[in-house]
Design a protein around this ligand. Structure first.
Ligand code: SF4
Ligand code: SF4
Length: 418
């Protein structure tokens, strides 16, 4: 296939986009792995189709507006990258293309524009997000008269906003100090499920890890990055680059989406003065399950009242960061627990950051399918590593009248220490 992408006219990211497009050999191995291709069944909603659309836009033979609906429907789940033999950097291409297209974005409906603003201006800020959640819970009473898209989003809200307990700035290691880490609390997770960070701190401390909670930290920028807002993401990331200490063994995340977003910092800060500091920071960031698995549990878990536990691979941990075994190895140390996998383990649950807000119909289909596969395992609890997956699968289990608890790996370990 011939390529005529005018790299020089596309700014600093032109050559990265052109090289990603050129690396696709159109073999189609990614198609069966792609959730939107599975649901919609058309080439343009597959990774190969989207790469061709992006190529045509970059070459100037197709307008952004024509390609936009297909690119917008991409979950960014990265299942295609796992399936791709020549390792096309599809994730980088998607983010850079979305950023390029942002300025030429067609004006959507007022509702779509408003929802986009929620993502960019509310979700990354815990205080604003908490207020929006309370408003949303109130608005649920008027669901019947609201647009369907908005009503579907309100269904995702939990029945209440949990209260969070204050976590001190430094939590000492219990017993011999084996490591010192800084914990990234996350924006959405700190509001929707503060218990995850509280459990994480207890588990780390019991395993001889001193935990520092840097004050002034905020959103890592992943939500806005995956929407193509590079400028906004850099602003959010810079705040963390300034407040996180360097005298720690690792910076830990408890949300797969954050870890995945931070692993993109090299691309985000490419050609900026902050590239070195951003790259150093990203190199110190680890998912908490990877860190604990490598360190080893010094405090062995005790039995819990569970026999069969299903583990859901969050796409941003498995496909985007290649982490599959560490969480399972930790869970398997809880006595008498069998860890089982839903049969469609490689497929996204439809949460994908803000996807269930922007594309609720497809997200609903994927969420329902995932909940059914989880129920099929016969497990009594579902464990995962990402707040988006927890919210999405839990809400679909409830729609199916299933009361299965859904929790983070750290919460399961914490329970086993009680
Ligand atoms: S598997 Fe990779 S190379 Fe093959 S069509 Fe998909 S993106 Fe292109
Ligand atoms: S990121 Fe996910 S939804 Fe998007 S093209 Fe790849 S597999 Fe399909």
């Amino acid at each position: 296939m011939q390529h005529n992408i005018p790299v020089d006219r596309l700014g600093p990211n032109g050559s990265a986009m052109a090289s990603a497009v050129k690396s696709c050999v159109h073999c189609g191995f990614c198609l069966p792995a792609c959730p939107t291709y599975q649901v919609l069944g058309q080439e343009m909603d597959s990774p190969r189709g989207r790469i061709l659309l992006m190529k045509n836009v970059l070459e100037g033979t197709l307008s952004v507006q024509e390609a936009q609906p297909f690119v917008d429907r991409c979950l960014g789940c990265m299942a295609c990258t796992t399936a791709c033999p020549p390792d096309v950097p599809y994730g980088d291409l998607l983010i850079l293309f979305r950023s390029y297209a942002e300025n030429n974005r067609a004006n959507g409906s007022i509702l779509d524009t408003w929802l986009r603003q929620i993502v960019l201006e509310i979700m990354p800020y815990p205080a604003r997000f908490r207020a929006a959640m309370l408003l949303g819970m109130f608005a649920r009473s008027f669901k019947a008269v609201l647009p369907k898209k908005l009503a579907t989003i309100l269904d995702l809200l939990p029945s209440d906003v949990p209260t969070s307990n204050h976590i001190p700035d430094i939590i000492p290691a219990i017993g011999r100090k084996r490591a010192r880490v800084a914990l990234m609390q996350g924006c959405v997770q700190s509001v929707l499920a503060p218990a995850i960070n509280e459990a994480t701190v207890r588990v780390l401390s019991k395993n001889g890890v001193e935990v520092v909670i840097p004050r002034g930290q905020g959103c890592c920028g992943a939500l806005t990055l995956h929407s193509g807002s590079l400028e906004k993401s850099r602003k959010l990331a810079l705040r963390n680059l300034r407040v996180f200490p360097t005298d720690v063994d690792a910076v830990l995340t408890t949300a797969a989406g954050c870890g995945s977003g931070i692993s993109e910092y090299e691309m985000l800060f490419n050609s900026t003065d902050d590239l070195t500091i951003a790259r150093d920071f990203a190199n110190r960031v680890q998912d908490v399950t990877v860190f604990l698995d490598e360190l080893g549990l010094s405090h062995l878990p005790g039995p819990i009242n569970l026999k069969k536990v299903a583990y859901h691979d969050a796409c941003h941990l498995s496909h985007a960061q290649g982490v599959r075994d560490a969480p399972r190895r930790l869970m398997e140390q809880v006595p008498d627990v069998e860890v089982v996998n839903p049969s469609d383990g490689e497929t996204c649950c439809g949460s994908a950051g803000i996807y269930n807000i922007e594309q609720p119909e497809i997200a609903e289909q994927l969420g329902a399918r995932k909940a059914a596969k989880v129920i099929e395992t016969g497990a009594s609890v579902l464990v995962t590593t990402n707040i988006g997956c927890i919210t999405q699968i839990e809400s679909h289990l409830r729609v199916m009248n299933n009361k299965m608890p859904v929790m983070h790996v750290m919460e399961m370990l914490d329970n086993s220490y009680e």
